[in-house]
Design a protein around this ligand. Structure first.
Ligand code: NAD
Length: 270
């Protein structure tokens, strides 16, 4: 505990259960001294698990918001500002959903109506969140916004399906909005490209265990855990990263820059 976020106020999107990266990030931010508001889609909140997290984080308010509903987002920001008695210092966007993956549709056979929803929930939602904050002038000077992404935005991982396109769009929105928000209020917007991590969303990808084992062998440091990702988020929310913006930051134990490892070669020679 370093008190990295002492006095800072943040909104955490996407804590579904204890495995969620957002759940671990909320715990890490609270441990580092932040005050929090927790939010998720109304349907996800119905399970009630998030109340445990709220209690752990100083009874952080839980405010429902479907991230593709602008009225929900407006209400979320207004209520958060009221709760904090002022502006917001950081936001975690930890949201992903693929309707085509859920319905078992292959990439070459996707349904375009589902695809629109996937792109809206998983990528344009970041634009919606930033736009709502922009319109309400909800973010404090130098605030930090982090969204979670995956390397399938740059390289092909067949079973990641349409989420690869969603992540490419998410990273593009990060750069584009980051430009405008940087000029307007020195707000930083970045993505963290995380190792495969066993969560509800992660496990929805076909062949996930093989995927994870392969990444582990291909990463000099091994796969980064959800807890490691949470710690990295706190660093990006802190003032120590105040000049970092519009970046896609790989948090993957070195996977992204590794051609092959001895472990993989040994496996191939078996
Ligand atoms: N798990 C991995 O392997 C991995 C790797 C890299 C990046 N990521 C990314 O990390 C983020 C968090 O995922 P996770 O792995 O913690 O899984 P998770 O299932 O715990 O979190 C996904 C969250 O998105 C929320 N969500 C879905 N639709 C929503 C909507 N309409 N409005 C508001 N919230 C909505 C869900 O309720 C859930 O809380 C996602 O962006 C995911 O793509 C995950």
């Amino acid at each position: 505990m370093y008190n990295l976020l002492k006095g800072k106020k943040g909104i955490i999107f996407g804590a579904l259960n204890e495995q969620s990266i957002a759940w671990k990030t909320a715990q890490a931010c609270y441990r580092e001294g932040a005050q929090l508001v927790l939010t998720n889609a109304p349907i996800a909140l119905r399970m009630g698990e998030i109340n445990k997290l709220s209690a752990e984080c100083g009874n952080a308010p839980v405010i429902p918001a479907d991230v593709v509903n602008m009225d929900d987002l407006k209400k979320l920001f207004e209520e958060s500002m009221k709760h904090f008695g002022g502006g917001i210092d950081f936001i975690l966007h930890s949201i992903g959903m693929s309707l085509n993956v859920r319905k078992g549709k292959a990439y070459t056979e996707i349904d375009y109506n589902f695809n629109q929803k996937t792109l809206d929930i998983s990528a344009m939602s970041l634009h919606r969140v930033l736009r709502t904050a922009w319109d309400l002038d909800a973010l404090n000077e130098g605030a930090s916004v982090v969204a979670l992404t995956y390397i399938a935005a740059q390289r092909v991982f067949p079973d990641y399906n349409e989420m690869a396109d969603a992540k490419a769009l998410l990273e593009s929105v990060t750069r584009s909005f980051g430009y405008y928000y940087g000029i307007k209020k020195k707000v930083r917007v970045n993505t963290i490209s995380q190792s495969p991590t066993k969560t509800t969303a992660g496990s929805g990808v076909k062949g996930f265990d093989g995927f994870m084992a392969y990444a582990e062998k291909m990463s000099p440091l091994g796969n980064a855990s959800g807890e490691d990702c949470a710690n990295y988020c706190t660093l990006l929310f802190s003032d120590y990263a105040k000049m970092v913006t519009m970046q896609n930051l790989f948090h993957d134990g070195g996977f992204s820059f590794t051609g092959v490892t001895q472990q993989v070669i040994d496996q191939m020679e078996k």
